[in-house]
Write a protein that binds this ligand. Structure first.
Ligand code: CA
Ligand code: CA
Length: 57
């Protein structure tokens, strides 16, 4: 999971922003709409700050 996280966190900020997740999904050719990604972030983002940390995954 950590390796996946590092590959998604392109700017190595230690958090995955929504934009990074969207970029990642597009690279994987996942057929997810923006709304689905928003829901995914909401689901994973336990503290609700809009960024995903390794601990939240
Ligand atoms: Ca980042
Ligand atoms: Ca968070």
């Amino acid at each position: 999971m950590r390796l996946v996280f590092l590959s998604v966190d392109k700017d190595a900020s230690g958090t995955v922003e929504k934009k990074e997740l969207i970029d990642h999904m597009e690279r994987l050719d996942k057929q997810l709409s923006r709304a689905e990604i928003e829901n995914l972030v909401k689901f994973i983002d336990k503290d609700g700050d809009g960024e995903l940390t390794l601990e939240e995954l």
